[in-house]
Each structure stands twice: as structure tokens, then as C-alpha cells.
Write a protein that binds this ligand. Sequence first.
Ligand code: ATP
Length: 450
Amino acid sequence: MTLPEWLAGSSEEAGFLRLVLDHVSDCLVAVDTEGTIVLINDPYCRLLGGEAEEFLGRHITDVVGPQTRLHFVARGIGTHIGYPLEVRGHKLVTKQVPVHKDGRIIGAVGLALFSDYDALKKTYGRISKAELAIPSKPKAWQSKFGLDDVIGTGPLMEAHRDALKLAAAYDLPVLICGETGTGKELAAQAIHSLSDRSTGPFVWVNCASIPSELIEAELFGYEGGAFTGARSQGKPGKFELATGGVLFLDEIGDMPLALQGSLLRVLQTGEIVRVGGTNPVGIDLRIICATNKPLVELVQTGRFREDLYHRLNVLPIEVPALRERGDLAHLAEHLLARIATRLSVPAPVLTAEDHDRLVAHTWPGNVRELENALTRMIVTGHISTASLDYRHRSPSVDAKSDLKSRMKSEAHAALRAALMQAGGNKQRAAEVLGISRAQLYRLLKEQSPA
Ligand SMILES: Nc1ncnc2c1ncn2[C@@H]1O[C@H](COP(=O)(O)OP(=O)(O)OP(=O)(O)O)[C@@H](O)[C@H]1O
């Protein structure tokens, strides 16, 4: 092994350290903050098929390949554990950790946790068989859906699935547009699941629902004591949590203008600064945005920054509205089966009359509305869609109070169905309905006798 000056030396300790590093049977490499290799042990040199002198002083990506993240780790994006890497035809599972000195990051070390992928798979199989609990990423960070969950037939849906596959193949920003409930979040999750970042987190932020005074701290994190009520040890923001994966910015059209400026700066510099902090932290993530707002119109009327729009709109995806898709019957059958399984009841069969009713409706709430109507059908035995046509009808003044009470009772029926579907879990029921927890509690309160 050849050591950099700061590790080289003739003392007994330095000699012993060199031997230890070479006798570690796993590959080990260290870089400085520029990503330049400053240390590499014999096992790694053997895997690379060369001598240490050939590799020292070169950038890690030149030697190991572009998919390594060690140079980002050396710039402070955090630790990667279990990061898969293919080096000269060898599949490794690595751990990449920053090296600190006097409270500052001075580089990073990459260590192969497993150099033999097949052996790892066999070990994993044995562990799974023994049903040992393997700690997993928190559920909220994982994408739950893949391309197979995007149900639909016909040319529009085929083109949609092709667009998702294309977006998954390139590590570029994606802007997903479409009406409410069309499956924009589903599309974002499918892209993440299909992409090279699938082992990284999928972190979701709803730009419309976070109070504007909290949104900076939520996105960029904060240092301890940054403001009244802040945790003393500080908190990482969504950008940091999404390191190595995808940050999904839902309802981007509702992002306050001031924050749009901050987001643009992050995208330009690739760094964030926590609220109350001074040190920039490098970030490595992919941004996927979604909106049901006409973003171009928002740009024209000055409510959305044009420069940010162009940064985000690299790979645009338009999710078709349900009424345009032409595959309603197919989708309905599929969803009915899925909901029935979730509720542990047999799936009802749709009659010709049911089909007619479904096709006659315009589905302003798209697939989410269809899911809810079908859930209600399972619970009540009949399809009720009419009152949800409110956006497409103009009721007379006399009809308004009747319409209001019918909408209320529809909302309560939907609430009961969603609670059943979610096994009584209110958070999940709110998600099923696409409303906030506070709205769900309001509905529950309305429903309960005074
Ligand atoms: N093609 C599809 N196949 C199966 N399920 C779908 C499809 N599209 C949407 N869904 C389902 O419809 C519901 C709404 O989807 P999603 O939350 O992705 O919509 P959205 O467009 O992000 O909604 P919003 O604009 O209100 O945030 C989810 O339960 C989702 O699984």
C-alpha cells in the first residue's frame, strides 16, 4: 500500500496501521474533499488490476466509475450504507462514510461490505429464510408503487407508461402535470422504483399544505436553536433526507414565490444551508415535481418563476384525465378487485347498468374519485356518482341547499368507506380520501350526534 504523506511514516504505529489496512480482506479507498484518491488498500488494487501508484492522486470517478458517490460523501451529503456499485465487472455493496477532523469533513472512506454479490444473495436468502428481522428504511421513505401498479390500457396509457420508463432511464428533473387524482404521485413513485435511485429514499413534500413560515425549515432543515420551538439538536430537512434518492415536490404550483427563489438557488448550486446555519451541505438527489395547476399560466401571470419553471420542466409528463383515457371499464374492474381484497370481501360484478352509469359520469376527481365510488359501491351495494358532478353542473339557487346536503351525505358515506378501507386508521383514511387529517376530523365531528 502507498500512503499519503499524512499517513506515511516510519513509526511502529504507522507500519502497524499499514499492515492492518492491507490485511482487511475487503476493498478500502479514501478520498479528500475534491474526490481525489489519497489511500487505497491492496485488496482494492487487486480488484482494479493495478498498483496503488496508478490510482493515487486520480479522481475516484476516473478509477471506479461514474456511479460512485464517494466524492459527494466527502462534500457532506451524509453516509451511504449498502450502496451497490459495479467496479470493473465486480458487483460490490459498499459503505461510504465521511471522515471528520476538528469538526470538519476532510474526506471520505469507501469500504466494500460485500465484494461477492452472489455470496451476499445467498447469505440474504439464508437470513430471510430464518425470518430474522432485517432493519429496513422507514416506510415513509420508500416508494410503494412501481410501473405494474399503473393500470390502464389503450394508446394514451401505453404512451404514459412509455414516458415513465423514459423518465426512469435519465437522472433528470421531471415535471408531472395532470388533473387532481389522475395518478401523478403514482407516476413519480413508478419512476423512482424503475430508476437507479430505487434503493435510495423517496421523500414526499406537499408544497401546498406546509404553512409558509415552516416550509424553509421543512425543506432545508434547521440548526439547533434556530428559532423558538426548534429542537436543540437541529433537524435535517427533506432535501437531506432525500439524499441518494428522489425528492417529490407535490403541488409545486402552490409553492410561495419566496421559496421558489430558494429552490432555484439549491438547484443551481447543488447545496443547501440549514435555517440558522452557515455551512453549505452538498446534496445528491433527483427532483420530481407535480402540479394540477396550469403552470405556464402561473408563469405568465408572475405567480411562478420562469427560470425555475425551465429548470424543473426538463422531462415533462402529462397524465391523462380519466374521461379521456377510454379504458374506464378495465380500470374499474381492476380497482374493484383491489379494493375488495383490501376489505376482505368478494369483488362485486359490475352490471351493464353500472357500466353505463360509470361511463356517463365525467370524473372530475379522476381515478381517486372512481376508487371512492367503487369503495362506496362495495359498502352500500350501488354506484353513486351524481352529486360529484358538481363542477360540471350549475344548480339553480333552489337546488343549492339540496345539493349541499347531498354532497354532505356523499362525503359522509365516502368517509365511512375510507375508514373501513383503512381498517379504522384515520391517517390512512385521510390519505385514501385525499384530504388532510384536520378535514377528516371535521367530517367526523359533523357526523357524530351533537
Ligand atoms: N393508472 C392508475 N392505476 C391504478 N391506480 C391509480 C392510477 N392512477 C391513479 N391511481 C390511484 O388513484 C389515487 C390517486 O392517485 P395519485 O395520488 O397518484 O393522484 P394525484 O394526481 O397525485 O392526485 P392529486 O393531484 O390530488 O395530488 C391513488 O390511490 C392511486 O393509486
